[in-house]
Design a protein. Structure first.
Length: 191
């Protein structure tokens, strides 16, 4: 899958109110995810259960709202909602693992927008891999990891010898750097 990258638009968004709404949705979701990661790092089972419930609730609410937005205006492009909100819309759909059909629908909407600079190639790559994994396929950019004995391992990676070339095409750094980052992010705190 060759993706051509174009620079994002630089003008003010056409619908800044929608952009602010998407940002607010994503911020609530991210706060819940940060609490979840913190509970995992502390091995705090009670906080972990609460945070998991909060993440599931935010994902459900945000998924339903993003579906309404996409049905109304299509994919929230940089021109329509701004770069930050466009990225946040991707983050919301990235976390819709309970609805891989919606993820696939959004991926199809996003793909032609990458070449126009209306969607990030990096965001597209992460969602393409997520959809592949969630539907039993093989990822091509190596963005989806499993932790095995504290080590990050790419989940079902197609043609691993060419992964860094594919990652470079969409603006991602080398896979080994990403693996180190994931391992640091999910490592328990040092005492």
């Amino acid at each position: 899958m060759a993706i051509a990258l174009a620079p994002p638009p630089t003008s003010a968004p056409l619908d800044p109110d929608l952009g602010m709404r998407i940002i607010a949705m994503s911020m609530a979701e991210q706060e819940a995810r940060f609490r979840l990661i913190g509970a995992m790092q502390r091995n705090d089972q009670a906080a972990l259960q609460i945070a998991m419930h909060d993440v599931e609730r935010e994902d459900r609410v945000n998924g339903a709202e993003l579906k309404r937005i996409v049905a109304s205006v299509g994919w929230p492009t940089y021109t329509r909602v701004g770069r930050e909100a466009g990225h946040m819309a991707w983050l919301i759909v990235q976390h819709q693992d309970a609805d891989p059909e919606f993820q696939k629908h959004c991926l199809r909407l996003m793909e032609p927008l990458v070449a126009k600079g209306e969607v990030s190639g990096t965001d597209f790559a992460y969602l393409a891999d997520r959809v592949a994994i969630n539907t039993g396929g093989m990822q091509i950019y190596g963005t989806q990891m499993s932790l095995v004995n504290g080590k990050a391992v790419p989940t079902r990676l197609r043609d691993p010898h060419r992964v860094d070339e594919r990652r470079r095409q969409v603006g991602l750094g080398p896979l080994d750097e990403y693996i180190r980052l994931i391992e640091q992010m999910y490592a328990p705190p040092k005492s």
